[in-house]
Design a protein around this ligand. Structure first.
Ligand SMILES: [Zn+2]
Length: 357
């Protein structure tokens, strides 16, 4: 390891070469090489860097495995484009967890966050943001896994053609969502084409290989196409609500004693268009779930019915990220509700939205 920079954040390490043994060290062991969040700048033929963050959630390691395989294949050869890598939460990765109980979520602490602004994690990610801005970042990719049954898809927070083109290098399924302040993608979107990759469950070699091919394609991308994305190439969704279980409510999946007893096969509904009346579960509570739109407004009454103890959809919607992992439900959310965004409408609304987002 050669260069080390003076930093404002005591938590962040910045390197200009890969640490020894990095390419062969599994995510759970990276804490042996890295003291905390670490930004690694690697040179390439084109100098404006691609920025990739991995392991912002410690149990989501497909991005690490994919990066390692891409970099191993290059060996000592120069990359087609400079690459800056952020390795996020190695302490949580050691435990196989999204985050440790005393830590903020590493994907809610980026500039623009309305919480955690006094934490060292926020200072570290703000520093990463400034360093990448100074280097004229070409594009930004944040790689995640999820715990439910979901297709591979991208999440963008800003509807612009370059971000859509970047998404299509990974998947034709693209979700537009502006509701999460402090995510890596939301922070970088004003700077460069930015997206989050959701590549299914961790520990699956097929998922890792797909991400590796995507990284390779991004490294070879010279510029973004000038033409618009074709309608028949993209399945575009808009996230209209986030569903959470209130902290005071107990819940389970097939647990009749819990305050809320969800369908034990709930995650089979991901990315399926559901009709009004579709049942999510049973409850003894009056208003069992917290449902918020992109601006944070309470929209539970618009999306859910709770009649005679049965929780059902009040209007048609397509869920994503439904998970049976109780810890993830507590730390993140139960699911997102989406609707298909007709491409014609997207083209009509995009220009003013791109200005305002
Ligand atoms: Zn994640």
């Amino acid at each position: 390891m050669s260069g080390r920079y003076e930093l404002y954040s005591f938590m962040l390490t910045v390197l200009d070469a890969l640490p020894e043994r990095f390419l062969d060290t599994p995510a759970r062991e990276l804490h042996r090489l890295l003291a905390g969040p670490t930004l690694i700048h690697l040179p390439g033929r084109r100098q404006t860097p691609l920025f990739i963050s991995v392991l912002l959630h410690g149990n989501e390691d497909s991005g690490v495995v994919a990066l390692q395989s891409v970099l191993r294949a290059y060996g000592k050869r120069l990359l087609p484009r400079a690459l800056s890598i952020l390795i996020g939460n190695v302490a949580a990765a050691r435990e196989g967890l999204r985050r440790l109980d005393h830590q903020p979520d590493y994907n809610r602490v980026w500039p623009g966050s309305d919480a955690h602004t006094e934490t060292p994690e926020h200072a570290a990610m703000s520093e990463v943001y400034c360093l990448m801005q100074a280097r004229g970042v070409f594009a930004s990719i944040d790689i995640h896994n999820n715990t439910g049954l979901n297709p591979h898809y991208c999440v963008i927070s800003r509807l612009d053609q370059a971000a859509l083109h970047l998404s299509l290098l990974f998947s034709r399924t693209v979700v537009w969502f502006r509701g999460l302040a402090g995510t890596q993608t939301t922070a970088f979107s004003p700077l460069c084409p930015s997206l989050t990759v959701e590549c299914g469950k961790p520990g699956n070699p097929g998922n890792e290989a797909h991400v590796a091919r995507f990284i390779e394609a991004c490294l070879h991308l010279a510029q973004f196409p000038a033409h618009a994305v074709h309608e028949h190439d993209i399945d575009l969704y808009h996230t209209v609500a986030t569903v959470r279980v209130p902290a005071a409510a107990s819940f389970g999946f097939g647990d009749a004693l819990a305050d809320i007893d969800f369908d034990p096969h709930l995650d089979h509904m991901n990315f399926r268009p559901l009709d009004p009346g579709t049942v999510f579960g049973r409850t003894r509570l009056q208003s069992p779930l917290d449902v918020r739109d992109e601006s944070g407004a309470d929209v539970a009454a618009e999306f859910l019915d709770c009649l005679d103890g049965t929780i059902s959809l009040r209007r048609a919607a397509t869920p994503a990220m439904l998970t049976l992992d109780r810890r993830v439900v507590r730390q993140d959310c139960l699911c997102y509700l989406m609707e298909r965004l007709p491409y014609a409408r997207h083209q009509r609304v995009a220009p003013e939205l791109c200005e305002s987002v």
